[in-house]
Design a protein around this ligand. Structure first.
Ligand SMILES: *[C@@H]1O[C@H](CO)[C@@H](O)[C@H](O)[C@H]1NC(C)=O
Ligand SMILES: *[C@@H]1O[C@H](CO)[C@@H](O)[C@H](O)[C@H]1NC(C)=O
Ligand SMILES: *[C@@H]1O[C@H](CO)[C@@H](O)[C@H](O)[C@H]1NC(C)=O
Ligand SMILES: *[C@@H]1O[C@H](CO)[C@@H](O)[C@H](O)[C@H]1NC(C)=O
Length: 156
């Protein structure tokens, strides 16, 4: 019995994160642990990489800490009924729900407009300023079919 536990417990512990639908429930916190500080010198390449990380955290990974670390303190909302600012939406995402897999969803960053997009059951659009998600739309959006920034092998 002891030997069985010894062999099985590490396996179960290792399997748990991928079986779990929720990765990181931070709802004990009333506000996001970390926000994005805009920096006008952030490059397009870095912004595109951040937009990809944001999509991963938001849609695929259910990682509210990383997600909000890429949102600035303004976060202007274009959705009637939602006030501006990251604190307003923190309760919606703090539980780390995943919205889809990378195969079942998509994302895009358009350099010419500094807009990123995520398509899952709906499509969201964000405008990036100073390397941070600054403004958000989620009604009647469509993901661009072309003109999406190509990340190089730096994405892990
Ligand atoms: C941006 O770059 C300029 C020129 O290199 C520098 O003077 C300035 O301090 C930088 N600003 C920030 C916020 O890093
Ligand atoms: C997009 O962001 C980059 C870097 O932050 C900036 O240099 C550029 O002017 C922005 N482009 C538009 C269309 O806002
Ligand atoms: C979205 O499109 C529908 C149908 O065309 C329209 O009635 C609605 O006003 C639009 N909503 C926004 C926020 O643009
Ligand atoms: C990817 O881009 C980064 C900076 O954006 C650069 O330093 C690196 O060399 C690039 N890697 C490849 C494989 O192109």
């Amino acid at each position: 019995m002891h030997l069985l536990n010894f062999l099985l417990l590490p396996l179960l512990a290792a399997a748990a994160p991928s079986l779990s639908l929720k990765r990181d429930n931070l709802c004990n916190l009333k506000t996001p642990p970390l926000l994005c500080t805009p920096n006008a010198n952030i490059s397009t390449a870095e912004t595109a990489l951040r937009a990809y990380r944001f999509y991963r955290a938001f849609v695929v990974d259910g990682d509210p800490k990383t997600m909000f670390s890429l949102i600035d303190s303004v976060y202007k909302q274009h959705h009637a009924g939602y006030a501006d600012g990251p604190d307003t939406i923190w309760p919606l995402f703090c539980n780390g729900n995943k919205l889809g897999t990378e195969q079942s969803t998509s994302w895009c960053f358009v350099e010419a407009t500094n807009m990123s997009y995520a398509q899952y059951s709906t499509t969201d659009r964000w405008r990036w300023v100073g390397g941070c998600a600054h403004e958000h739309w989620d009604q009647n959006e469509t993901i661009p079919k072309s003109g999406c920034y190509k990340l190089n092998g730096t994405v892990s």
